[in-house]
Design a protein around this ligand. Structure first.
Ligand SMILES: Nc1ncnc2c1ncn2[C@@H]1O[C@H](COP(=O)(O)OP(=O)(O)OP(=O)(O)O)[C@@H](O)[C@H]1O
Ligand SMILES: [Mg+2]
Length: 206
C-alpha cells in the first residue's frame, strides 16, 4: 500500500476531533506530506447524502438501520476515497470511522457487537486504520463544550447516559486494540493536546 497511512480521529461529540484534525492537517501539510482529509459518515456524494439522513432525520431510525447505513456509506468511502488515496501514498486523516459505529450504534444504541463485527468484516476485512487517535473526555465536559455551538444534530440530542455508554464502548475498543488506538486525554488544554498529537504523528508518518 505504498507509503500511505490511514489515521482516524475518534471521540464523543465535542471531544475536539475536528479541532485537532485541522491542526494535524496544517502540521503535515507544512512538512510537505501529501494528504487526504475526509470524514464519516460522508466523504462521497452518496455518503454525504446518507450523513444528512443519519444526522437530520425527523423520525427515529432503528439502530440496526443506522448501522447498515453507516457501513453502506463506508463501503463507498473506502472504494472511492480511502483506498485510492492510500495507493497514491497519501496520509488519510479521517474524522470518525468504524470505531464510532461500535461506540454509537453498538455501545450507545445496543446493536450486538457480533452484527457489527460481521459488517466490519464484510466491508473492510483487509483494512484497518494504521493509527487511531481516540480523544477521551468525561461526558459532562463534552456536553459543556457543545452547548452554545451550532444547533445539535440527532446524536448530539441524545441523553448523558447514551454518551456514557458511547464512551465506555470506545474505551473497551481501545483496550481490545492497544497498538492501533492511542487514547488521548482530551480534557487537557488544546495546545497541549496539539503538541502530543504532533509527536504521535511524527512517529506514525516517518
Ligand atoms: N482541549 C479543549 N479544551 C477546551 N475546549 C476545546 C478543546 N478542544 C476543542 N474545544 C472546543 O470544544 C468545541 C468542540 O470541539 P470540536 O468541534 O473540535 O469537537 P468534535 O469532537 O469535532 O465534535 P463533533 O463530534 O460534534 O464534531 C469547540 O468549541 C472547540 O473549540
Ligand atoms: Mg467534529
Amino acid at each position: 500500500m505504498a507509503n500511505g497511512r490511514f489515521i482516524t480521529f475518534e471521540g464523543v461529540d465535542g471531544a475536539g476531533k475536528t479541532t485537532q484534525l485541522e491542526w494535524a492537517r496544517q502540521f503535515l501539510e507544512q512538512r510537505g506530506q501529501p494528504l487526504t482529509v475526509t470524514r464519516e459518515p460522508g466523504g462521497t456524494e452518496l455518503g454525504e447524502a446518507l450523513r444528512n439522513v443519519l444526522l437530520n432525520a425527523k423520525r427515529p431510525i432503528h439502530p440496526e438501520t443506522e448501522a447498515l447505513l453507516m457501513f453502506a456509506a463506508r463501503r463507498e468511502h473506502i472504494d472511492e476515497v480511502i483506498l485510492p488515496a492510500l495507493q497514491r501514498g497519501d496520509v488519510v486523516l479521517c474524522d470518525r470511522f468504524t470505531d464510532a459505529t461500535f461506540a454509537y450504534q453498538g455501545g450507545g444504541s445496543g446493536v450486538e457487537s457480533e452484527k457489527l463485527e460481521a459488517l466490519e468484516k464484510w466491508v473492510h476485512a483487509d483494512l484497518q486504520p494504521d493509527l487511531t487517535l481516540y480523544f477521551d473526555l468525561p461526558v459532562e465536559i463534552a456536553r459543556q463544550r457543545l452547548s452554545g455551538e451550532r444547533e445539535a444534530d440527532r446524536f448530539e440530542r441524545e441523553s448523558a447516559e447514551f454518551f456514557q455508554r458511547v464512551r465506555t464502548a470506545y474505551l473497551a475498543r481501545a483496550r481490545q486494540n492497544p497498538r492501533r488506538i492511542n487514547v488521548v486525554d482530551a480534557s487537557a488544554a488544546p495546545a497541549a493536546i496539539r503538541k502530543l498529537v504532533e509527536n504521535i504523528l511524527l512517529s506514525a508518518c516517518q
